[in-house]
Design a protein around this ligand. Structure first.
Ligand code: EPU
Length: 339
């Protein structure tokens, strides 16, 4: 294990911000992890666990020990005629893992195709897209507790999943390392194509061809490619804000003022609003501060036009929050973590 000082993180964050970590190393095996957490450096510094870097906004200098999880592997651990439990290591690239499961005939992750990042980060913010959240497919999460130095399995209930939220988002900073995730997938294909955009594309694609998990995955990829910038080309972290959830009376009042406003009723009776719609209606598409801008095709995404600084991103985020609060009385909360 090679520990480096003042390590450049420029290539390890999808927003493409220039940043240096005080210390950095990569971990590939359980033995390496167990050894590392006993090292003096680990015990002296605050620690930040890094996956694919697709949901972080980095300060120019990250004053901590950044440890990237690079453990790989996908294996079936249990199966019957209908279902299969698949264990994926945290360092697996999410989209490659999704494609692997589909190619062997295990269904369930197709709607979550092409989401950037690694497997280990998926449970933290309960990634979701096109009518499916990853919690719907998670069986359990295997963690290393760096406080007790013991391995611990979290059941789905222990994970306390909610919209873009989980137990892991609120746990003591750096305490739990998500090392592997066990997914419960199905050998039978049950399409979930009710989500607006997806229904349209799937209908079109389905003419003359059978609807399979792979065709749904292809449809999701094509929608994402049309609306969302490719982080390999244009730096971004996907949705920059959560879709805000408000009380029904607030939503009713807004609906009277803005009859076209999309609103989605939640299980608890509260209403989810579309932050992208609010930002779009406020005329902020394309709005630019320094080299950070609101994406032209999806207002919920902020992009790096080339050389954006940490301050550009913070200023743009704050400006959007202020405008949306003034116009709609709704608070927007950023989705990525700020290091
Ligand atoms: N809308 C606009 N203008 C925009 C963007 C959106 O009017 O610029 C409207 C759309 O027309 C639609 C509504 O807002 O009526 C919702 O938009 P969309 O379907 O594009 O989804 P979203 O709510 O903006 C969420 C997720 C995305 C996910 C999509 C599809 C969050 C924070 N974001 O976005 O996740 O891909 O649904 O399921 O929940 C991500 O987290 O990085 C991400 C991309």
């Amino acid at each position: 294990m090679n520990i480096e000082q003042d390590y450049a993180l420029d290539e390890l964050n999808t927003f493409g911000l220039k940043s240096q970590a005080q210390s950095f190393c990569q971990v590939h095996t359980e033995a390496e992890l167990e050894k590392l957490v006993q090292s003096a450096l680990f015990l002296q510094q605050s620690v930040s666990w890094l996956g694919g870097g697709s949901n972080i906004i980095l300060a120019p200098y990250v004053n901590s020990f950044v440890i990237q999880l690079c453990n790989k592997g996908v294996e079936v651990i249990e199966e019957n005629n209908d279902n299969v439990l698949v264990k994926a290591q945290a360092g697996e690239v999410w989209h490659e893992f999704v494609l692997k499961t589909l190619s062997i005939g295990y269904n369930g992750l197709e709607n979550l195709s092409l989401i950037p990042g690694h497997v280990g980060a998926a449970p933290v913010q309960n990634i979701g897209a096109y009518g499916v959240e990853v919690k719907d497919r998670i069986h359990s999460v295997i963690c290393f507790d760096t406080y007790s130095r013991e391995w611990q399995t979290f059941s789905k209930v222990d994970c306390q999943f909610q919209y873009r939220d989980s137990f892991f988002k609120h746990a003591e900073n750096g305490r739990y390392v998500i090392w592997a995730v066990i997914f419960e997938l199905s050998k039978r294909f049950i399409p979930n194509i009710q989500y607006g955009d997806l229904e349209e594309v799937s209908n079109r694609m389905a003419i003359g061809q059978a609807l399979t998990a792979k065709t749904v995955s292809d449809a999701v990829c094509s929608i994402r490619q049309q609306k969302l910038p490719d982080p390999h080309i244009t730096g971004n972290v996907g949705s920059f804000f959560h879709n805000p959830i408000v009380d029904a009376d607030v939503a009713n009042e807004l609906k009277q003022r803005y009859p076209d406003m999309p609103q989605y009723i939640q299980n608890d009776g509260r209403i989810k609003l579309a932050a992208g719609w609010l930002i779009d209606q406020a005329g902020l598409k394309g709005h630019q501060i320094g080299q950070a801008a609101v994406h032209l095709k999806q207002a919920l995404v902020l992009v790096n036009l080339g050389g954006a600084t940490h301050t550009d991103v913070l200023d743009l985020s704050k400006h959007i929050q202020e405008i949306i609060f003034t116009k709609f009385g709704v608070k927007l909360h950023p989705e990525p973590n700020f290091w």
